[in-house]
Design a protein around this ligand. Sequence first.
Ligand SMILES: NC(=O)c1ccc[n+]([C@@H]2O[C@H](COP(=O)([O-])OP(=O)(O)OC[C@H]3O[C@@H](n4cnc5c(N)ncnc54)[C@H](OP(=O)(O)O)[C@@H]3O)[C@@H](O)[C@H]2O)c1
Length: 360
Amino acid sequence: MRLPRRALGPSLEPTVVVLGAMGFGSRSPEAESRHLQDCLTLGVGAVDTAPLYGFGQSERALGDALRRSGLRPEVYTKVGLRWDDTHGDVLFVGRDPDGVERVVRRDGRPEQVRRDVLASCERLGLERLDLVQVHHRDYQVPVDETLGALADLVREGRVRAVGVSNFEAEDVRAAARALGDLPLVSLQSPYSLLDRGVERGPLAAARSVGAGLLAYSPLAQGLLTGAHGPGRRYDADDWRASTPLFSVKSRRAIAEAVNDTLRPLASEHEVGPAALALAWLLHRDGVTAVIAGASRPSQLEESLRAATVSLSAAELARLEARFGLLPPSPSVAERVRTRLRGRLGAVRRRVRGLIDRVLP
Ligand SMILES: NC(=O)c1ccc[n+]([C@@H]2O[C@H](COP(=O)([O-])OP(=O)(O)OC[C@H]3O[C@@H](n4cnc5c(N)ncnc54)[C@H](OP(=O)(O)O)[C@@H]3O)[C@@H](O)[C@H]2O)c1
């Protein structure tokens, strides 16, 4: 399918659906590379990755898929998070593909930004990165220093364009100022029918400095696809089991809205609910592209159909009115249950880790 493209700053032009490579890392490197290769051949013109995804595995698999396929979409990656040092504020604690616990920290110091960029070039097998985004603001480092390091890398030819991610409105403006003559081309933020927080400041700030919005988690991590009804069960160590948005009550309410509004409208446009949810985003002012994840190439194929949908003002309003009532806040009992499930998952992982260490 030939997908439309939109300008992102003066030098980039992603397809309106960008492939998100965050989920890559759980399968073997060969399987990841094959999966990415299959996705690339569907016609996406840009892929979003990060050193953090699969703790390096997503970038390595993408580099491998680029080499094998001979295709060269625009490659967007990130800097500023690390798990190999005790410096910096802790963002979260996770597990790498080998099950080893990793403490992920913010590190926006200039020398670390440079190290991140060079390590990404190495993993991706690229001399030059198309877009490098500061993954999360490091509040211990002045934004001028972090962005200044990226500006130097642009002047040296290592990086074509600079963006930020998860930044608040005032930080977006500060980042644009810090770049001086160079443009801040993008803000990457969560944005979907179920999460419109970016409309409370960051989207307007991005527009005011000429940066395009790259909407991440546009399907609310799968909830807007109709595949997560209240009857679905998750293993205790599945992150969704301890996420309030995936609680039974929340999924029931979201599934109702998907079934009574999103799905019928999608059928009228001869697409599935996922494509319609993405199409809604592509009609929002300031959105350049959506970054859609896919655990199978057929899911991406479905998402790409978003580009074919044109929605009327009345249809947009219908979706906004229905999903504006969601998500419901979980009850106290539900919050306690999801927290306990999360703890149980953590205990199970710890026991498994101990067994692996004792009985290798
Ligand atoms: N900058 C940041 O901090 C940040 C944070 C998060 C994500 N991101 C970027 O955004 C990308 C996408 O985010 P995301 O994966 O959180 O969310 P998403 O795109 O909202 O959801 C993707 C998930 O939805 C399901 N899905 C996708 N298409 C489907 C279809 N047609 N039918 C049924 N299910 C479908 C798949 O999961 P199942 O098959 O398991 O249901 C897939 O993994 C990431 O890959 C990453 O590049 C950036």
